[in-house]
Write a protein that binds this ligand. Structure first.
Ligand code: XLS
Ligand code: CA
Ligand code: CA
Length: 438
């Protein structure tokens, strides 16, 4: 039975189209830099926002109906969400989904019963996957909503709660493998603290690493060949979250010997909450060989929290795609961890959110490839550091063949160095505008 019966399959109609239910820029088979758009942009649907979130906030009830014709909190509803999700992805040409364990079934009081429900629903999802060739990008366990996780999962003060976190991680890994998922995410939802007066930070961080190590051992044992990811976020729900940003997460992974099995899942909105640009966290991940996957959304610079909006900022998407192209693509994909605004509550809005997001990233890809082909920025950066390649002293520094003594004698001989060449930021910004709007 068709659920979104007022919505057609979404087609590419080009930039001149005024049809709200058509792509203006995302043309799956268009070739950019030798690869199809859909290969550059493995898009994924976030189960939790798209099929579960109704617009509930701290001040009011939901506005959107996500019952899909079934009674909420039942297995019929869980199945209706599967039906709705697969129809939604097919109509948009989205080839992947991401999920938390508790997105796909209502959680029972007893974990054994929750696991039985997960077995039942995952059989149903696998059937749908076979029929549609839709795949799983990544799975994860929700270890932050249930009250037992009030003090964290891996970082909890209770050994029993730690055991529950381990049990959920095990089951979510089983499901990810059952779905052939490419990745497994640890977003440290409540892995952090509110006050140091009650917190042993070292102990908590070591325990998070213990849980992750067990996940790697178990995952590899059951045949998980993909990447584990940490998804950094600086705050919310905790005041201090341990995985603050890309640099912090990379340091943690290296400290505990997890860097061979883990990469990062970088979310735009989390990078900006950390006081960085999205591009910054992508670059830091990429230069460390850790850029795995992306949660493609955007925040609001006027608000200090995680708004998970559908991305429409083409500048940011362009700089994101610039980083991704330079890094040689992602092993993961682009998960739209985004939700409609509370007052956009119709079925059309659900589709229009995804159309906006997919078009924004398509534009970002097109414009990033133009920036790369234009070449002026690359050329400028290469020239900016030329003194290290072109002068005797620069070559010695790069070859590690000099010392403080020698450089000090060299500096004294110079007396005063010439100023470094101009950074030319305004010129470079005008190139970006020129490529975007030229
Ligand atoms: C919350 C996170 C979360 C992760 C998956 O802020 O973005 O949704 O992506 O647990
Ligand atoms: Ca996310
Ligand atoms: Ca978020």
């Amino acid at each position: 039975m068709e659920i979104f019966n007022t919505i057609p399959t979404i087609q590419y109609e080009g930039a001149k189209s005024k049809n709200p239910l058509a792509f203006k820029y995302y043309n799956a088979d268009r070739v950019i830099l030798g690869k199809k758009m859909k290969e550059h942009l493995p898009f994924a649907m976030a189960w939790w926002h798209n099929l579960c979130a109704t617009g509930v906030d701290m001040f009011g009830r939901g506005t959107a109906d996500k019952s899909f014709g079934a009674k909420e909190g039942t297995m019929e509803h869980a199945k209706a969400k599967v039906d709705a999700g697969f129809e939604f992805m097919q109509k948009l040409g989205i080839e992947y989904f991401c999920f938390h364990d508790v997105d796909i079934v209502p959680e029972a009081d007893d974990i054994k019963e929750t696991n039985n429900r997960l077995d039942e629903i995952s059989d149903y999802i696998v059937e749908k996957m076979k029929k549609t060739s839709i795949q799983c990008l990544w799975g994860t366990a929700n270890m932050f909503s249930n009250p037992r996780f009030m003090n964290g999962a891996g970082s909890t003060n209770s050994a029993d709660v730690f055991a529950f976190a381990a049990a959920q991680t095990k089951k979510a890994l089983d499901l990810t493998v059952k779905f052939g998922g490419k990745g497994y995410v640890f977003w440290g939802g409540r892995e952090g603290y509110e006050t140091l007066l009650n917190t042993d930070v070292k102990f908590e961080q070591e325990n998070i690493a213990r849980l992750m190590k067990m996940a790697v051992v178990y995952g590899r044992k059951i045949g998980f060949k993909g990447d584990f990811y940490i998804e950094p976020k600086p705050k919310e729900p905790m005041k201090h979250q341990y995985d603050f940003d890309a640099s912090t997460a990379i340091g943690f992974l290296r400290q505990y010997g997890l860097d061979k099995d883990f990469k990062l899942n970088i979310e735009a909105n989390h990078a900006t909450l950390a006081g960085h640009t999205f591009q910054h966290d992508l670059r830091i991940s990429a230069i460390n060989g850790m850029l795995g996957s992306i949660d493609a959304n955007q925040g609001d610079y006027l608000l200090g929290w995680d708004t998970d909006e559908f991305p429409f900022d083409v500048y940011t998407a362009t700089m994101c795609m610039y980083e991704v192209l330079k890094a040689g693509g992602l092993t993961g994909g682009f998960n739209f961890d985004a939700k409609n605004r509370r007052s956009s509550y119709t079925v059309e809005d659900m589709f229009e959110g995804y159309i906006l997001a997919m078009d924004t990233f398509a534009l970002g890809l097109i414009k990033a490839s133009e920036l790369i082909n234009d070449g002026r920025i690359d050329e400028f950066i290469a020239k900016r550091y030329a003194s290290y390649r072109e002068t005797e002293i620069g070559k010695k520094i790069l070859a590690n063949e000099t010392s403080l003594e020698e450089l000090s004698a060299y500096a004294e001989k110079l007396g005063a160095p010439a100023l470094p060449s101009s950074g030319k930021q305004e010129y470079l910004e005008s190139i970006v505008n020129n490529v975007l709007f030229g």
